[in-house]
Design a protein around this ligand. Structure first.
Ligand code: COI
Length: 353
């Protein structure tokens, strides 16, 4: 499918100074429509701007929506690099299937991402730690108030020059273990990237913020015993020499940075396992001096060291509030690969021409 391009006649000024995360948007966006009769059609890159949607548009009422997040970096030699973009578009179809949204062609999505990033390449920030955050998403667009899958959709990609997700940067964050609210249950949508999962998390996150914590750590939705994930990241523990992360169980997002961290540990011969792990086990490890490191992984956050976990009345300090050795190694390696300084495993990087 040919992608039509309409360039902006009013390019915006590029941002200067601190970028924050997700406030600023580049000059163009990609849009493609879907109807039952035509399938996905009219892929186009157009100037970034508001959409006009009927107030009855289904996504506003029932949240039939999926999204992805990935990043483009400009290497020192000027190459523009995408990290594991194929994994994002494989995952969007996993989310689509659960949300009853029609599947989308992976190769077309990758091509659309490349063409958009190529056109807006001057928006890729070059400050340390900054990147062009890319947000593909699909929304249900039928103007209809009945509950059923929409018959029409829009797939869009927008780009946001962004700095680090957490203000703390690589300073370890404090995390609150949520024991009242739950994020997802098995059989629900926890494994998908859909707005509803994040909507379910906002109240608890707000309370955690008020109490001085950056994010919440979710426990399983049934017994509230087993660890699932953090608000915008997967979670890893290094306990007595072994790196452990909760196994994917249907209510945890299958993070691409999570998968990369596991693959790197395996490649380095660092013991790593995906298994069910309870908050009680983590607490006991902390009491016995065996909780060596805790870190989160996510596209936006990359690798975020955790310096403190608060669970009920227990405060677990991790590694004296300092970043741990394996956390630092994974961070350095993944960011090195993303920025073209280190050659990653085959297929992890795709270049935008
Ligand atoms: C990402 O890491 O890309 C995410 O989607 C998390 C987001 C909610 C900021």
């Amino acid at each position: 499918m040919n992608i039509r391009i309409e360039k902006t006649k009013n390019p915006k000024a590029k941002p200067e100074g601190a970028l924050g995360f997700g406030h600023i948007f580049s000059d163009h966006m990609f849009i493609m429509d879907y109807s039952i009769e035509k399938g996905w059609y009219d892929p186009r890159i157009v100037p970034y701007g508001p959409l006009s949607l009927d107030p009855s548009t289904m996504v506003f009422h029932y949240g039939q929506e999926v999204f992805e997040g990935l990043k483009a970096y400009k290497a020192k030699d000027g190459r523009v690099l995408l990290f594991r973009v194929d994994e994002n578009y494989k995952r969007i179809n996993v989310s689509n299937e659960r949300l009853a949204i029609p599947p989308i062609d992976n190769e077309l999505c990758i091509e659309a991402t490349k063409q958009l990033v190529s056109l807006d390449r001057d928006w890729i920030p070059q400050q340390d730690g900054a990147s062009l955050y890319i947000r593909p998403f699909i929304i249900a667009t039928d103007p209809f108030l009945g509950v059923r899958p929409s018959h029409t959709y829009k797939f869009m990609i927008i780009c946001s020059p962004s700095g680090l997700y957490y203000e703390e940067g690589l300073e370890p964050v404090k995390i609150y273990v949520e024991d009242k609210y739950v994020r997802a249950v098995r059989g629900g949508m926890g494994f998908t990237k859909t707005g509803g999962n994040y909507a379910a998390s906002i109240k608890a996150q707000d309370i955690a913020h008020e109490n001085g914590y950056s994010q919440v750590l979710w426990l399983d939705g049934v017994e509230q015993k087993y660890i699932e994930e953090v608000g915008s990241m997967n979670i890893f523990f290094k306990i007595d020499g072994e790196v452990v992360t909760p196994a994917l169980n249907g209510s945890i997002l299958s993070g691409i940075t999570r998968k990369s961290a596991i693959e790197l540990c395996k490649q380095w011969g660092v013991p790593v396992s995906e298994k069910r792990i309870s908050i009680q086990e983590v607490y006991e490890a902390s009491q016995n001096g065996k909780l060596e490191e805790v870190f989160g992984t996510g596209t936006a956050a990359i690798i975020s060291p955790v310096g403190e976990l608060k669970w009920e009345d227990h405060v677990m300090k991790v590694n004296d509030g300092k970043i741990g050795e394996i956390t630092q190694r994974i961070f350095d390696t993944i960011t090195g690969i993303q920025t073209g300084v280190i050659e990653g495993p085959a297929g992890w990087i795709q270049e935008v021409k």
